[in-house]
Design a binder for this molecule. Structure first.
Ligand code: DMJ
Length: 451
C-alpha cells in the first residue's frame, strides 16, 4: 500500500504537497507558506522503516535537490512543525544524513517570528516573507491561539536545540509550558483558545479531539522523551487526565465509553475521529501512573479504543466517520452527512498499535486488518488512495485527496501493528503527533537514534 501510495504520488504529483488521485495531479494547499513536497517529507521515515530503499533514495534526492526554503507565503506554525520539522528530524535520527538536520534547523528558524507576542504564546500563522504573525481568522474573532497548535511544539523544538546548540528553540517551548502551568484552569481543564496578547482563556471549550488533542499527547510524550526526568510534564499530564475523566468522560446507555466535548459545563455527547488517538495515549501513559491507577487506565484505554472500533464497525464501509454521537438512542454513528466523511485519518489504527504493544491481544491486529481491507476496497483508486465522502455508502464518492498523513501515520501505524515490538521500541522512541519517531534522550545516548 505504501509503495502504491508513493509511486502514485511520484508519478502524478512529485514535489507538490499532496496527490489528487482522481484528477491525477498535485495540490499545494494553503498551510505551508509556499513550501513544497509535504508528502515527500512526511513519507521519508515510513519508506525507510519499510525498507523501500529505492523509494527512500528518490525522496532523499528530492530533499537534497529541490526542497527550497526561500519561500515567502503564510504558513501554519503547527502544520509545518509536525509534518516538515518532525519528518526531517526523524529522517536525520534514522539515517544520520546531515541534509535532514540542516534543513530542519533552517526551517525551525523561519518559524521563530510566530513567537513575537506579548506572552510568548505563538500565533498560529507566520509570514515567511515579512516575519509577521497573525492568529487564524476563525479563532474567536481572530484573537486566539489554539491549544493543540502551540501545545504541540515541545518535542520537536527540544530536538532542534539539541541538534543546533541554539537554546532559543527550547526557551520558546519552556515559556509556553510556564504560561500553561501558571494559568488558572477551570475545574483543572485546559480550554482550546488562549489569547497570545493577554494570556487569558478566550472561550471555555474543552476537547480531547480537534483543537485540544495533541497538547495532552505532548505532555506525556515530553515526560517519556526526557527519559522520565521532566516531572512537570508528568504531573500536568496526569492532572489533566483526571480532570478530563471527571468532567468529560461518559458511558452510553449501550455501554460504550467516550470522551465528550465540554462547553462551559455543558456536554456535547460526541467524539471526533481525532479524539480516538486518546485510547493509545492513555495506554502509553498507564504504566507511569500511580500504582492504584494503572489497571484503571489500561482498562479505560481499551474501552475508548473499543468505542472507536464501534464507530468503524457500525458503518457500511467499516471505516469511521469524522465525528460520531451518543444521543437519541443512536450510538457511535454520525448524525449528519456533513460528519460522515473519512479522510484517511490515522487515530484509530494509532490506538490499535499502542494497545497491541501493551496487551498483545490479537483483537487489535484483527481490527487493524479490517481497516486494511476497507481501505483497499473503498479508498484505493487507480492513481492512489483517496478519502471518501460517506462511510455509510458502499458506493464510494472519493474526495480526490491522498492526505500526507496517510503515508506518515496511517500506513506507518498499520505496519508497526504487524511488526515485532522492537521495531521502534517504545522504550527508545516517541512519535510526534504526525507519527515521526524521535529518540528518547537516554542519559548515555549519543544524540542519534539509529534504527
Ligand atoms: C495529523 O496531521 C496529526 O495527527 C494531527 O495531530 C491531527 N490531524 C492529522 C491526522 O488526522
Amino acid at each position: 500500500m505504501m509503495q502504491f501510495a508513493w509511486q502514485s504520488y511520484k508519478r502524478y504529483a512529485m514535489g507538490k504537497n499532496e496527490l489528487r488521485p482522481l484528477t491525477r495531479d498535485g495540490y499545494e494547499g494553503n498551510m505551508f507558506g509556499g513550501l513544497s513536497g509535504a508528502t515527500v517529507i512526511d513519507s521519508l521515515d515510513t519508506l525507510y522503516l519499510m525498507e523501500l530503499k529505492e523509494e527512500f533514495q528518490e525522496a532523499k534526492a528530492w530533499v537534497e535537490e529541490s526542497f527550497h526554503l526561500n519561500v515567502s507565503g503564510e504558513a501554519s506554525l503547527f502544520e509545518v512543525n509536525i509534518r516538515y520539522i518532525g519528518g526531517l528530524l526523524s529522517a536525520f535520527y534514522l539515517t544520520g544524513e546531515e541534509v535532514f538536520r540542516i534543513k530542519a534547523i533552517k526551517l525551525g528558524e523561519k518559524l521563530l517570528p510566530a513567537f513575537d507576542t506579548p506572552t510568548g504564546i505563538p500565533k498560529g500563522v507566520v509570514n515567511f516573507k515579512s516575519g509577521s504573525n497573525r492568529s487564524w481568522g476563525w479563532a474567536v474573532a481572530g484573537g486566539s491561539s489554539i491549544l493543540a497548535e502551540f501545545g504541540s511544539l515541545h518535542l520537536e523544538f527540544l530536538h532542534l536545540t539539541q541538534l543546533s546548540g541554539n537554546q532559543v528553540f527550547a526557551e520558546k517551548v519552556r515559556n509556553i509550558r510556564k504560561v500553561l502551568r501558571d494559568i488558572d484552569k477551570p475545574f483543572g481543564l485546559y480550554p482550546n483558545f488562549l489569547s497570545p496578547v493577554s494570556g487569558n482563556w478566550m472561550q471555555h471549550h474543552v476537547s480531547v479531539g480537534g483543537l485540544g488533542d495533541s497538547f495532552y499527547e505532548y505532555l506525556i510524550k515530553s515526560w517519556l522523551m526526557s527519559a522520565k526526568t521532566d516531572m512537570e510534564a508528568k504531573d500536568m499530564y496526569y492532572e489533566a487526565l483526571e480532570a478530563i475523566e471527571t468532567h468529560l468522560l461518559n458511558v452510553s446507555p449501550g455501554g460504550l465509553t467516550y470522551i465528550a466535548e465540554w462547553r462551559g459545563g455543558i456536554l456535547d455527547h460526541k467524539m471526533g475521529h481525532l479524539a480516538c488517538f486518546s485510547g493509545g495515549m492513555i495506554a502509553l501513559g498507564a504504566e507511569d501512573a500511580k500504582e492504584e491507577k494503572r489497571a484503571h487506565y489500561r482498562e479505560l484505554a481499551a474501552q475508548i479504543t473499543k468505542t472507536c472500533h464501534e464507530s468503524y464497525a457500525r458503518s457500511d464501509t467499516k471505516l469511521g466517520p469524522e465525528a460520531f454521537w451518543f444521543n437519541s438512542g443512536r450510538e457511535a454513528v454520525a448524525t449528519q452527512t456533513s460528519e460522515s466523511y473519512y479522510i484517511l485519518r490515522p487515530e484509530v489504527v494509532e490506538s490499535y498499535m499502542y494497545l497491541w504493544r501493551q496487551t498483545h491481544d490479537p483483537i487489535y491486529r484483527e481490527w487493524g486488518w479490517e481497516v486494511v481491507m476497507a481501505l483497499e476496497k473503498y479508498c484505493r483508486t487507480e492513481a492512489g488512495f483517496s478519502g471518501i465522502q460517506d462511510v455509510y455508502s458502499k458506493v464510494p464518492d472519493h474526495d480526490n485527496k491522498q492526505q500526507t498523513f496517510f503515508l506518515a501515520e496511517t500506513l506507518k501505524y498499520l505496519y508497526l501493528l504487524f511488526s515485532e515490538d522492537d521495531m521502534l521500541s517504545l522504550e527508545d522512541w516517541v512519535f510526534n503527533t504526525e507519527a515521526h519517531p524521535l529518540p528518547v534522550s537516554h542519559p548515555d545516548s549519543s544524540g542519534r537514534g539509529g534504527a
